[in-house]
Ligand binder design. Structure first.
Ligand code: CP
Ligand code: NVA
Length: 309
């Protein structure tokens, strides 16, 4: 079995295998309806337990469909309904129970430490469904969407992130190193990506270019990606932070500086970082992006169960 917690810890070869498998599986489902099972039902009888410590719509639904389409099922838990952290039950005991009842565990949490502890104590694969420092299933799925739309390897495209240096950007940085593409970031100086991740990228041959001027960052872009300035449970002075990002809003005017066929992606939910006109424009591929989570997460699950063909 393999965990899927941090893209930095997964080989480039395995990440590419996941993307190739997702492409094949998506194609095979063209005439199947939502809950029909893929040929061979590779995860027949398997139970994915998902636990959310923060709200989620897309991650919850996409994992539900992903395992169903592979022949398995999900059980979704809200952390406040468990004994863990409230009734005095240790994480080790919870992990033991999860490992005996379930076959894989997906966790959305506010604590890196918790996900690492689960990784240490579970006997089944753990998947990071968003943590303060990363959102690996989102970032890998976004690479899939970009290559699907552009019909080109990501390494041949100019990929630009405009926005906060958050969990999604950290995972994009990690995958840019693994899949060898240049990543351009436009963000106010005060909110530049943290040195730890930038140093890791540098040591591993990454090419991350950071600009405090959004116009310079988006110039000639093939893809512009953004996310909310204020992430879930972001403990900051929201008004103050939003002020810093005012000139980083994705507007029609800004997007004109990118290539004519540039596309816009956003993982959702959205805030004020993107103009409604842009978000709902033809350039915006956010709905395709959201649905692709299902396809990529199916291949992530197969990777976790060592069942990738
Ligand atoms: N993009 C994403 O992870 O959405 P949810 O927070 O709704 O799961
Ligand atoms: N950066 C956002 C992503 C939400 C899917 C957050 O952590 O809230």
């Amino acid at each position: 079995m393999s965990h899927f917690v941090n893209l930095k810890d997964i080989s480039s070869k395995d990440l590419r295998k996941i993307l190739i498998d997702a492409k094949k599986r998506k194609k095979m489902r063209e005439n199947l309806s939502t809950l029909e099972v893929d040929k061979g039902a590779p995860l027949k009888g398997k139970l994915l337990i998902q636990m959310f410590e923060k709200p989620s719509l897309r991650t919850r639904l996409s994992f539900h469909l992903a395992i169903k389409q592979l022949g398995g099922a999900t059980l979704t838990l809200r952390s406040n309904e468990l004994h863990l952290g409230r009734g005095g039950e240790t994480l080790e005991d919870t992990a033991k129970i999860l490992s005996t009842y379930g076959d894989a565990f997906m966790l959305r949490t506010d604590s890196e430490e918790k996900i690492e502890n689960f990784k240490k104590n579970l006997k089944i694969p753990v998947i990071n469904g968003l943590s303060p420092n990363s959102h690996p299933t989102q970032a890998l799925s976004d690479i899939f969407t970009i290559e699907e739309i552009k019909n080109k390897s990501i390494s041949k495209l100019k990929i630009v992130w405009i926005g906060d240096s958050n969990n999604v950007l950290n995972s994009l940085i990690a995958v840019s190193v693994k899949l060898k593409f240049n990543l351009y970031v436009g963000c106010p100086k005060k909110y530049y990506p943290n040195k730890f991740i930038l140093n890791w990228a540098k040591r591993n041959g990454g090419n991350i270019f950071i600009f405090d001027d959004p116009k310079k960052a988006v110039s000639n872009a093939d893809v512009i990606i953004s996310d909310k300035v204020i992430s879930l449970n972001d403990k900051v002075d929201k008004k103050k932070k939003l002020k810093f990002f005012k000139s980083f809003r994705i507007t029609e005017k800004l997007i004109k500086l990118a290539k004519e066929d540039c596309v816009f992606l956003h993982c959702l939910p959205r805030g004020t970082e993107v103009e409604e006109k842009v978000f709902l424009s033809k350039k915006s591929k956010v709905w395709q992006q959201a649905l692709n989570r299902v396809h990529v997460q199916k291949s992530i699950l197969l990777y976790c169960f060592n069942k990738l063909r």
